[in-house]
Design a protein around this ligand. Sequence first.
Ligand SMILES: [Zn+2]
Length: 277
Amino acid sequence: MIFIIFIFGLMAGSFINCILYRLEQNQSFIKGRSYCPHCKHQLGFWDLIPIFSFIFLKAKCRYCQKKISWQYPLIEIITGIIFIFVYLETKVSIPFIGEMIISKGIEALASFNYLILFRNLFFSAVLIIIFVYDLKHQLVSEKIVIPAIIIALTFNFFMKISPIGIPAGSYGVNWLDLLLGVIIGSSFFLSQYLISKGRWIGFGDVYLGFMMGAMLGWQKVILAIILAYFIGAMIAVILIILKKESWKSKIALGPFLMIGTFIALLYGNKILEWYLG
Ligand SMILES: [Zn+2]
């Protein structure tokens, strides 16, 4: 199963590369087939196999011999690894909630758990796209973040009505938690944006805060923001010590918010239980 999830992750990574490229080129990411960015030759089935095509083609385009960027296999592998983490963490949760609802039938439990797995894989893919795009361009793309907000809200809204009725706060997200999540997530950044007149953070971060709230609910969105600032501060200090950046440099907040969101999504329950305990 881990192997299948990894392969699935590689394929998702390949799709993420495609979305990132089309976002950068300002193209539609639903229509059209993949092609080489240099010679525009349409890619065949064998050119699209993650990692293997890169290795067999020796990192060159089959048609024009131009070098293929390392970004492609790197994102594929990272997505594969992240998908394994998501799978393992979601799998671990089966016995945890299993005892509570064993009487309601194991099949319903399994299907609900697959739903959570699918949701977490999807959210993770979105986080990877925003992470890479913000890191490369210091921009949050509305074309990604707005659909992500709509899908996250829809998903979490209906997950509450699970076939077995998982109590809110354990795995499903309570509607009130969700509402408070988007309010806290967006207003935290909106207030900074308004006070600084857009000098401290960009408006894209307000969208990100909203999306994080929609994905996580209010408890974990606070956790995600704390984690993001903590990790961001550590990286900043390391960069300053290494003299790569100075105290006056700016670094994008988005990638750290995505790391915080990912950790809160997967390990939020454990961290909150540990902290509150
Ligand atoms: Zn080419």
